[in-house]
Structures are given as structure tokens and as C-alpha cells.
Design a protein. Structure first.
Length: 101
């Protein structure tokens, strides 16, 4: 599967949402990981019968399309929020520690 963000980069984005009150990019990152898992699962299933192969090819192809769209979304959101695109660190303006009760 072609990707723009590595699994490590997605994990970094998710980790920052656990520290700061900015969960939207993390939600997109979590779904990207799920789509990668779905795609890989379908790749493993393609050695079935011809009918099954067509089903798994379709699911994999649509997972790739959905992944491409969400990666584009994540890239745009990070840029809109002015994340550092080299380090993928959240900007100081969004770093609001989660309050404990």
C-alpha cells in the first residue's frame, strides 16, 4: 500500500492527542491505521477461489482509495492547524494540556 505518512508518524500524531486537547488529527490517523490493516488482511485473503479473489481485490482497491482520501485530509488538516510538517509536532498554540478532575 502506498502511503504518505509512516505508521510511526501516525503514532506520533495519536500520542500528542493523548497529551493535548486536539483529538481530530488523531482520529483521522487511527482510521488510516485501520484502513492499512484492512488492506493487508485483504492481500492475505487473495489466494482464495476466483470469486473470493475478486471480492478481496475490490475491498483492497476501495481501502486504498479511502486511505488516499484520508491521508490527503490529514495532510490538509495538519497544514491548516500549522503543525510542523518535518517533525509532525503540534504547534504550541494547540497545546492545551488535558485537565484532570
Amino acid at each position: 500500500m502506498k502511503t504518505k505518512f509512516s505508521d510511526q508518524q501516525l503514532s506520533l500524531i495519536i500520542d500528542q492527542s493523548l497529551i493535548y486537547q486536539c483529538a481530530c488529527p488523531a482520529q483521522v490517523a487511527k482510521h488510516l491505521i485501520g484502513l492499512r490493516d484492512l488492506y493487508e488482511y485483504q492481500q492475505g485473503c487473495m489466494n482464495q477461489t476466483d470469486t473470493d479473489k475478486a471480492v478481496h481485490e475490490r475491498i483492497a482497491a476501495d481501502a486504498q482509495r479511502a486511505h488516499d482520501a484520508l491521508e490527503g485530509c490529514l495532510d490538509a488538516v495538519l497544514r491548516l492547524e500549522q503543525w510542523d510538517m518535518d517533525t509532525l509536532l503540534m504547534p504550541k498554540s494547540l497545546q492545551k494540556p488535558i485537565r484532570s478532575f
